[in-house]
Write a protein that binds this ligand. Sequence first.
Ligand SMILES: Nc1ncnc2c1ncn2[C@@H]1O[C@H](COP(=O)(O)OP(=O)(O)OP(=O)(O)O)[C@@H](O)[C@H]1O
Ligand code: SF4
Ligand SMILES: [Mg+2]
Length: 320
Amino acid sequence: MIEPPILDVRGLSTDYTLRRGGKTVRIQAVKDVSFTLAKREVLGIVGESGCGKTSVGRSIVRLAKPHRGEVYFAGKDIFTAGSEDLRRLRLKIRMVFQDPFASLNPRRSIGDSIAETGDIHGLFDSKADRQRQIQQALTNVGLDSSFAAHFPHELSGGQRQRVGIARAILPAPDVVIADEPVSALDVSVQAQVLNLLADLQAAMGLAMIFISHDLGVVGQISDRVAVMYMGRIVETAPTQDIVDRPLHPYTRTLMAARPKPDPAFRIKAGIEIGEPPSQFEPALGCPYVKRCPLATSQCETADPSLRVIAPGRMAACHNI
Ligand SMILES: Nc1ncnc2c1ncn2[C@@H]1O[C@H](COP(=O)(O)OP(=O)(O)OP(=O)(O)O)[C@@H](O)[C@H]1O
Ligand code: SF4
Ligand SMILES: [Mg+2]
């Protein structure tokens, strides 16, 4: 029997309203995004800055509003959950953020920060149990238990992100949404934190959404990849298929730029990614039409929907 997904996202859309040049404008940060996440699966979400990756993660846990669509966690509808259910759900779906320093209170000790969620939700039986769980969480992320008495400014970036991960895993979640968890770290530290996440995911049987603008990083940890462009998913496939045979023209560009995604390399390699179109003036046809080397006249007028291309593979393109 096929196990039901732990997370089932259907037609998720998120708009923001903002003031621009004296006018109120709306941007659709997430447009009709659907995917499932199996238990113990790692789904990578990749795409360039502003494509809506963070908005997807935050909308799932109802941190970004307004949103449309449906999100089911273990069969329970998150968007219609009452406040008590939502509190419980937020123990089961935990987030790790890009900037561990910003998410830690500078005046709280590391131990108190790690225990915060447990304190709020009454997860500790006693003071001794609290202490034990803090120490266990620190050990799980490869930090000495003496770190409990330290403060954020005393830690390196890598150590702070380990604390961010310890906070996320203390309530023994089922799903972790890691939003650019290594992007702010030195390259030498990135691999260590990636390995830690991979080890914890395997040891705890976690399902994970791993968000990054870097396909190289996403590929190292993910079972499956969803490529986002302008608020939509334009391709999903098992990681190895994306690496061996990217189908969508945008994924191919990301793949070609992958070894060194800095602009100097792209220019040297003759890869022109170009500027993304404005989200304030969405194009009528395919959102990628202005940058796409394969564009045809149909692409100017018809927005391609995500469709099954091969077993386990979907892409949104008229010309695949
Ligand atoms: N709170 C907000 N209010 C208004 N607009 C927002 C808000 N958050 C995000 N946006 C806009 O929504 C779009 C998607 O942003 P989002 O942060 O989800 O993208 P992202 O893919 O995570 O980008 P990055 O790689 O830079 O983190 C962008 O155009 C962004 O400017
Ligand atoms: S639909 Fe057309 S413009 Fe869009 S990605 Fe495919 S070929 Fe390019
Ligand atoms: Mg983001």
